[in-house]
Design a protein around this ligand. Structure first.
Ligand code: PMP
Length: 391
């Protein structure tokens, strides 16, 4: 039996660039102690108070079908959070609750792209982007950035790609680079979207992890609220990755159509998870800062460690739980370096090439282990790089 082109085409064929990751996992299964700095998962778990709220909600009976767009309470608390952070008037009608940011991304594409439409995204990119676009039937088209412009897109590159496209996806603070887009970059993005009549999908799942500069939601720029769908999530802000809880924020006419998609796909999100999310948002910004604090600290440790040498350079690490290291001075590409580092030091990092062409010659380090172990791994990585550069 022949499967649909849509499902067989999601990965686009070929290597997914995660060979180092899978090899590290196999080594661990074989009993080899590997230090993993690969994926974006906190080294803390969801706060017990949030879990207690979840438990209370479940034991209290919120285990039946929950209201499909999201519970009124959670939609309101998400809307209030967004309005407080961006100044853009936002009500629950602007919010659709989804099972995580990933489902929100997919829903956004179903909402704005028809099959065959061109969907632009920025390289380097979060790994699921092209597959999400293909899964929705649209055609992914990458816009290259470069380390010299701190991986922020330029007006020339955006303009050159925009003609005939339907949507643009941006992600700030950025995974994998840790870059926080400047006000100028975001204004350029807004100008290009308006000039070429593009929908903007703004992935803001790292909005609580900003170490330098300020997170600006492009939805807050003039003329953008009516053409922007913001993707948000509790995964990173509240260490709730496994709870699968996120949202889309957009114009209410768009959200009202998207509710039909939820009805015909996930049929809502678990009520007790939504109650826990509502409770968590009610705890205020201090909780989010506590969850973000270890990454801020490790980012500072990274900068101090890098200051003592001149082989490895970081793209200014301004946000998110990653640092992107430029290892081109070793003479290796990211994949070669990551494989060699895994063999020599049993440290697993992601090759920049896993995230597109633009981050070739780089490796992404996830700052997701305890400080002392993290610093030890980082200094071994730096020593390894400088030995290679000296060869
Ligand atoms: N966007 C980016 C940039 C991410 O890094 C992730 C998760 N790693 C997601 C979206 C999806 O997050 P979730 O589905 O857990 O909310």
């Amino acid at each position: 039996m022949k499967l649909s082109h849509r499902i067989t085409n999601i990965t686009g064929g070929g290597s997914d660039g995660w060979d180092v990751f899978y090899r590290a996992r196999r080594m661990i299964a074989d009993g080899i102690p590997v230090t993993e700095l690969t994926i974006g998962e906190h080294d803390i778990r969801t706060h017990p108070d949030i879990l207690r709220a979840m438990d209370q909600a479940a034991v209290g009976g919120h285990t039946g079908y929950a209201t499909i767009p999201g519970t009124p309470q959670l939609r309101e608390s998400v809307a209030a959070r967004i309005e407080a952070r961006t100044g853009v008037p936002t009500t629950s009608e602007n919010i659709l609750i989804t099972p995580g940011g990933q489902a929100a991304l997919f829903a956004a594409y179903i909402a704005v792209c028809d099959p065959g439409d061109t969907a632009l995204f920025i390289d380097p990119f979060y790994v699921t982007y092209p597959g999400t676009i293909r899964g929705a039937g649209a055609v992914p088209k990458a816009i290259a950035t470069s380390p010299e412009t701190a991986f922020q897109p330029t007006k020339a590159a955006l303009d050159a790609a925009a003609a005939g496209a339907k949507s643009l996806l941006v992600n700030t603070p950025n995974n994998p680079t840790g870059v926080v887009y400047s006000a100028e970059t975001l204004q350029t993005i807004a100008d290009v979207c308006i000039a070429h009549d593009l929908w903007l999908i703004s992935d803001e799942v790292y909005d609580t992890q900003v170490w330098e500069g300020r997170h600006i939601s492009p939805r807050s720029l003039p003329g953008m609220a009516e053409r922007t769908l913001v993707v948000g999530s509790m995964s990173k802000s509240h260490a709730m990755t496994g709870s699968r809880i996120g949202w889309v924020c957009g114009p209410k006419e768009v959200i009202s159509e998207m509710i039909n998609l939820s009805t015909h796909t996930n049929y809502g999100v678990a009520g007790f998870v939504q109650d826990a999310a509502h409770f968590a948002l009610g705890q205020g910004d201090a909780v989010e800062e506590t969850v973000a604090a270890p990454f801020r600290r490790r980012r500072d440790l990274t900068m101090q460690a890098l200051a003592g040498q001149n082989v490895v350079r970081a793209v200014p690490a301004q946000g998110a739980m990653y640092v992107m290291l430029d290892i081109r001075a070793t003479g290796m590409d990211g994949e070669g370096f990551a494989n060699a580092l895994l063999d020599a030091e049993q440290i697993a990092v992601m090759p920049g090439e896993s995230f597109g062409q633009a981050a070739a010659g780089h490796v992404r380090v996830a700052m997701t282990i305890a400080d002392d172990k993290y610093l030890d791994a980082l200094s071994r990585l730096l020593a390894f790089a400088s030995a290679l550069a000296a060869e």
